[in-house]
Design a protein around this ligand. Structure first.
Ligand code: DC
Length: 220
């Protein structure tokens, strides 16, 4: 298999990254977490104190931002920001930052460049629709907002981040709204994507289901 692309799109907390990592391991694919790339830009905006409404300043700044990915570590201007990009502060502004046209252009170009000719699984919001519309296998992973909020809350508790279920649910609903109603590449299911609802499924069940779709494709 040469140049095999699997895309996993879906809303925040649907389990995309957990599943994508497991699939990557099982089928020896490189995993690219595209959400982390948008998070790096959001952190860059926070660090430079630029207002979200100043889209021109953000677009200009992008030229200078040095993004680097090494396995599962993310570097911004040489600094390891892997943990910093997962804070509630970044969560709060990442959706509006990801809605900016120039931000998307830069990151989509990088995503295509990184994956060119490789065996890759990418997760995000627009991978099967905009980044790789000709991907080999497309998955659209969903789950109810309540289930997703509980999962995120658990992650925060493990990291010692103080927040409440209500706050997390609110933030998830807000991000869903922005991500799916924005003008540039909104979160929508590609016509040829397989929809998997993980609300009531174990991780193993989701893994089995997606493996079926991948093996179907490999067998073609
Ligand atoms: O998957 P995540 O929660 O880490 O993504 C963070 C944000 O980045 C999310 O609110 C929407 C945006 N995003 C996007 O617009 N396109 C992608 N391919 C991946 C993420």
């Amino acid at each position: 298999m040469k140049g095999f692309i699997v895309t996993v799109d879906g809303p925040a907390g649907s389990g995309k990254s957990t599943i994508a990592k497991l699939i990557a391991k099982k089928y020896d694919l490189t995993y690219l977490d595209t959400g982390a790339m948008y998070r790096m830009i959001a952190l860059y905006v926070l660090k430079h104190g630029v207002g979200l409404e100043d889209k021109k300043a953000i677009a200009d700044m992008l030229e200078k931002a040095d993004l680097d990915i090494d396995g599962d570590r993310f570097y911004l201007d040489g600094e390891d920001v892997t943990e910093m990009i997962r804070t509630p502060e970044v969560n709060r502004i990442v959706s509006p930052v990801a809605a900016i046209k120039e931000v998307r252009k830069k990151l989509v170009d990088m995503q295509r460049e990184i994956s060119k000719g490789k065996r890759t699984i990418l997760d995000g919001r627009d991978i099967g629709t905009a980044v790789f519309p000709d991907a080999d296998v497309k998955i659209f992973l969903v789950a109810s907002p309540e289930v997703r909020a509980l999962r995120r809350l658990k992650e925060y508790e493990q990291k010692g981040v103080k927040t409440t279920y209500e706050e997390v649910l609110e933030s998830i609903k807000e991000r869903d709204y922005i991500d799916s109603t924005r003008k540039e590449s909104p979160l929508v299911k590609a016509d040829d994507a397989h929809e998997v609802d993980s609300s009531k499924m174990t991780i193993d069940k989701v893994l089995d289901k997606i493996s079926e779709y991948i093996e179907e494709k490999i067998g073609e």
